[in-house]
Design a protein around this ligand. Structure first.
Ligand code: GTP
Ligand code: MN
Ligand code: MN
Ligand code: MN
Ligand code: MN
Ligand code: MN
Length: 192
């Protein structure tokens, strides 16, 4: 993956020809249990994109947006038909890309309640981009089935846009959603 970490501050000082895109991982603690015994722990949302790859909701910040966070809010309302406010403190990190275009991808995480997250899921099918740019939200399975593959390891074998796969793994780690040991083993058993 051809991208480098850059600070938010530095990224905002780049020439205006450099585009910015903002995407967000929405998540909520959940006490639901799969098959009545496997704790789901958290509901974490990604989406299937028009190009067949998994990514996070969000998109390019444009001239109508005064801030990165307003751009993210607009993109989520287009893609999910749901209004969520973001603060600078929801910004996790950002990367700069040289190829194929000069782009900075900003990544945010936002904790919701399970009821709010369910409302996002219900609204998303009404969004103007549903069935077009966005083919639906998916929840990320965070558990490990007994075969050592089912659940998170299999999920990580999907195709992801840009560095969305690392964004997911880094967020699960830094938010303490999945233990580091477990993430390591999921990454190992999903390596192709
Ligand atoms: P258009 O309005 O059709 O351009 O789509 P958009 O504004 O919704 O943009 P999109 O979500 O496709 O994101 C813009 C660019 O950011 C994409 O071309 C990808 O290169 C990149 N991108 C998209 N999703 C993700 C993601 O989840 N993570 C990362 N790191 N990059 C992404
Ligand atoms: Mn069943
Ligand atoms: Mn969009
Ligand atoms: Mn998008
Ligand atoms: Mn857009
Ligand atoms: Mn668009």
């Amino acid at each position: 993956m051809n991208c480098k970490l850059i600070s938010r501050e530095k990224s905002l000082q780049l020439p205006s020809a450099v585009k910015h895109a903002c995407h967000a991982m929405l998540y909520a603690p959940s006490d639901e249990k799969l098959f009545s015994h496997i704790p789901v722990k958290y509901a974490v949302l990604m989406q299937m994109r028009f190009d067949g790859q998994l990514g996070f909701p969000g998109g390019f910040v444009d001239l109508s947006d005064r801030t990165l966070e307003e751009g993210l809010k607009r993109e989520l309302s287009e893609e999910l038909d749901y209004t969520l406010d973001f603060a600078e403190s929801d910004h996790m990190y950002c990367h700069i890309w040289e190829e194929p275009i000069h782009l900075v991808t900003h990544f945010y995480t936002k904790r919701l309640t399970l009821a709010e997250l369910r409302a996002v899921e219900a609204a998303a099918v009404q969004g103007k981009e549903f069935g077009l740019e966005t083919m639906g939200l998916v929840r990320v399975p965070l558990f490990f089935l007994h075969d050592g593959k089912g659940g998170l390891p299999s999920f990580l074998c999907n195709n992801f846009i840009g560095n969305a796969r690392s964004q997911l793994v880094d967020a699960l780690k830094s938010l303490g959603i999945v233990k580091e040991e477990q993430l390591k083993s999921a990454l190992k058993s999903s390596s192709r």
